[in-house]
Design a protein around this ligand. Sequence first.
Ligand code: PGA
Length: 255
Amino acid sequence: MNKALRQAIIAGNWKMNKTRPEAKALIEELKPMVKDAACGVVICVPYTNLETALELTKGTNIKVGAENCHWAKSGAFTGEISADMLAEMGVEYVIIGHSERRQYFGETDQTVNQRVRAALDAGLKVILCVGELLEQRETGITEEIVGMQTKAALLGVSAEELGRIVIAYEPVWAIGTGKTATAEQANEVNHYIRTVVAKLYGQAAADGMTIQYGGSMNAKNADELLAQPDVDGGLIGGASLKAPDFTTIVNAASK
Ligand code: PGA
């Protein structure tokens, strides 16, 4: 990646894992291991672990994120959490548009955009996930899909607000499957996303944007993926649940 232009960020996506005592143990183990990281370090944790994570990471280099938020400020949305509620707690990041939300919870490009807007309005930073299904890759429409998801999600986002958005390219077929995109495939799509952002916001904004790769990134393949010029970090699922593995990835991004 071009470190002169942008910061690498390694973000853990814990998904629906870890009770509070388990979260506490993982964070305590992680803190000393990543304290000298030269990249951004974020842990996105279940809502029930946010308070624990915020408490335990105070004064450290670890930032805390949530895994989703609703688009409304408040109201009759049983079971949902608003961006304002997260911001008030001191949460800094929120993942929006993860493929598991799109696949299992009816998330659409439109609701992704609404959630991005709500998160930005609340002052949060967004990790925006885009990525194609296996059939879409095999049909040769990866760029169309990822381009459309990116453009739709960024509707109504100003150039200034773009500075609070990180994009995570996550091919759906590579998530939790152990099948990683090759470093070339990851770089190719990340580069394409940067060209889409450049068309919307100009080259300088695109050059400054952190674009991560996610999908079975682990301690073994992180070096090669993160060595790619357009791969500015990673969104890490499974491997973020083990402190030594997550640390190896953080160290790879710190080189
Ligand atoms: P994985 O998940 O690393 O377990 O493939 C990545 C993600 O879904 O963000």
